[in-house]
Design a protein around this ligand. Structure first.
Ligand code: IMP
Length: 195
């Protein structure tokens, strides 16, 4: 069975990815499982460009099919910040408690639909012959007034989903995987890989 290498070092993401892609006619392996390591500079201007940069680098390095994702939080009131800089926002080593409090403080006095935000995910696939495909998906919501919930990671405690009346940190993993930006983009890519 041909392999697909997923360009991530994040074990949690890899679990989610393997679950969603479990019935495609390829073996999906992490970079670690494939014995590949690479220091890839993500200098694209969009989620799509960054995902493509990562997938292309791994496809070129290995000669195999490569998948990569890039994701983040866009807050409309802050001109879509932190956006592609979500992981690096206020410094890579700054805790999410601090990052989340900073964002909430920026939106003090901002009400209702002006608090709109979304998680975005782009998934790129690059084949050894250079062909590529990118899928993008979002989950729409708003910034919560206060952090809530213990599940998930990153900005989950401050991302409120009106449809559920909860933050994504209050959703179970199964509930989040039903509606998440990453799961939706992956399911879209799965159609391509099944074709
Ligand atoms: P990357 O796609 O691994 O580069 O991650 C981008 C960053 O966006 C993460 O480090 C988080 O800060 C944020 N992010 C992306 N998806 C989520 C999510 O589902 N929940 C919370 N934060 C997220």
């Amino acid at each position: 069975m041909a392999r697909i290498i997923f360009a991530t070092g994040n074990a949690g993401k890899m679990k989610e990815i393997k679950e969603i892609l479990k019935d495609i006619p390829y073996e999906v392996v992490s970079m670690k499982e494939a014995g590949v390591s690479a220091d890839i500079v993500e200098d694209g201007a969009t989620f799509e460009e960054n995902a493509l940069i990562k997938a292309r680098a791994i496809a070129e390095l290995t000669g195999e099919i490569a998948l990569a994702d890039d994701s983040g939080l866009e807050v409309d009131y802050l001109d879509k910040a932190p956006g592609i800089y979500s992981a690096r926002f206020l410094g890579e080593d700054t805790s999410y408690e601090v990052k989340n409090r900073y964002l909430l403080d920026k939106l003090v006095g901002v009400e209702g639909t002006d608090r709109s935000a979304r998680f975005v995910c782009a998934i790129a696939c690059v084949w050894p012959d250079g062909k590529s495909k990118v899928c993008r998906a979002t989950i729409e919501g708003e910034l919560a007034k206060e952090p809530a919930g213990e599940n998930g990671f990153g900005y989950d405690p401050i991302f409120y989903v009106p449809q559920f009346g909860k933050t994504t940190a209050e959703l179970s993993l199964e509930e989040k995987n039903e509606i998440s930006h990453r799961a939706k983009a992956l399911r879209e890519m799965k159609k391509e890989l099944m074709a």
